[in-house]
Design a protein around this ligand. Structure first.
Ligand code: ATP
Length: 416
């Protein structure tokens, strides 16, 4: 409601002004409106404040994420470091061999403790200057660590047929020194460090080594010789060193090297660089064998089908000084091996093990095993629950033919 009043102007005329007092209800209305506005505004302010806090929080998180991504980007952009090995330390500098085999004299980052840098320590090298940037923890080469068969092998002497004499010899050479080291000391004799098993393929050499490991509860480290024949200079030697280190750490242990001839062949004068690397691996093997005490709880068993190819240095006393020949099984041994593999097989009464042994002249243990498996398959495919004589004769013929085929198609078969 307008307020009105009378004012005198310069010209003396009266001007009417709206100065009428507000009514109470109007005042109340205005007050209500104002307090409502005030409430609305303070609610809005509260909302904005919450929103501000929320945005600040989000901003902090995004900043963190951006930093992380930045860091990741930096890592991706950083050039790779070269892996090498310390060969020697001279004053404050190191002689390192990078993984491609070249040797350099380089500086060592001051941050690193130089006393921890021993010959053989694995280090990371700057790509450009090859200076030592980081000392890497020692780890086993994957090939070496996978050589360890964690569960001790389950094969026992009973499951090996016809090798009684060989079992006795290997037990004397490996088990006895593990069990009675003091007896050897008393008598002043040194037990053999290594045993070499020679003989045609499939005659049970690996089985024998596993059975010894099982009966002595030793860790079994098994490798095939060809795995140690590496392409890069020094790699094979390093693996041999690591293999022996691991064996000592896990002692009592048995290192089994199958196909030893692939690294232990005679050294020739006219060798390619690949041959020379294999020879270096052999030298490392010899020096490892010379380096440990005979009564250390580590024994080496090696196997080869081609003993005539082996370097004479391997057969010297103090290395593989016991050679156990494992021939193809004779008629009695074949009978025992058939017995081992048919132990839990339901067989027709008419089948005599002696008969099977007679008709499998020249078979190795592995071939006897595959004949038994074949005979079982014949019976299963005919829907029978028992294996008959003809299953066996057919299976033996099949294995024999397979052998003839492979002998014709390959230059192998030295023993056949
Ligand atoms: P390679 O020289 O080819 O390595 P190997 O002589 O080491 O052969 P193993 O691997 O020990 O032969 O034998 C192969 C398989 O043949 C064994 O798993 C086993 O089933 C069977 N076998 C070999 N010889 C015998 C044996 N004397 N008694 C029982 N089974 C045998």
């Amino acid at each position: 409601m307008p307020r009105t009043g009378i004012m005198a102007s310069e010209s003396g005329e009266d001007i009417k002004e709206d100065i009428s007092p507000m009514s109470d209800s109007a005042k109340e209305d205005t007050l209500d409106r104002l307090s409502k506005d005030f409430d609305d505004l303070s609610e809005h302010a509260q909302q904005l404040l919450t929103e501000k806090l929320f945005l600040e929080n989000e901003f902090a998180q995004l900043k963190k994420r951006a930093n992380r991504l930045d860091e990741e980007l930096r890592n991706i952009k950083t050039p790779p470091l070269v892996v090498g090995y310390i060969q020697d330390i001279i004053d404050e500098q190191a002689i390192v061999r990078s993984s491609n085999g070249t040797v350099f004299l380089v500086s060592v980052n001051r941050r690193l403790d130089i006393s921890e840098m021993k010959p053989g320590t694995r280090v990371a090298l700057n790509q450009d200057t090859l200076s030592v940037v980081e000392a890497l923890s020692d780890s086993w080469d994957p090939l070496v660590s996978s050589a360890e068969i964690i569960e001790s092998p389950t094969i026992d002497y009973e499951s090996i047929g016809g090798l009684d004499e060989q079992i006795r010899e290997i037990r004397e050479a490996v088990e006895l020194p593990f069990e009675k080291p003091e007896a050897f000391i008393e008598l002043g004799i040194e037990p053999p460090k290594g045993v070499l098993l020679t003989g045609p393929p499939g005659t049970g050499k690996t089985m024998l080594a596993k059975a010894v490991a099982n009966s002595t509860k030793a860790t079994f480290l098994g490798l095939v010789g060809a795995e140690l024949a590496q392409k890069y200079i020094g790699e094979g030697g390093r693996m041999v060193r690591e293999l022996f280190d691991l064996a000592k750490q896990k002692a009592p242990s048995i290192i089994f090297i199958d196909e030893l001839d692939s690294i232990g062949s005679k050294r020739l004068d006219t060798a390619t660089s690949g041959d020379r690397e294999v020879q270096r691996t052999l030298m490392q093997l010899l020096s490892e064998m010379d380096g440990f005490e005979t009564l250390d709880d580590v024994k080496i068993i090696a196997a080869t089908n081609r003993p005539e190819l082996l370097d004479a240095a391997l057969l010297r006393p103090g290395r593989f000084d016991r050679i156990i020949d494992i021939p193809l099984p004779d008629v009695d041994a074949r009978e025992t091996i058939f017995g081992v593999h048919t132990k839990s097989m339901p067989i027709d009464k008419k089948v005599g093990l002696r008969y099977l042994s007679n008709i499998s002249e020249g078979f190795s243990g592995a071939e006897i095993k595959s004949s038994v498996v074949e005979a079982g398959i014949n019976a299963i495919s005919d829907g029978r629950k028992k294996v008959s004589k003809s299953d066996f004769t057919d299976a033996i013929k099949k294995v024999e033919n397979k052998r003839k085929d492979s002998a014709n198609s390959s230059a192998e078969g030295l023993y056949r």
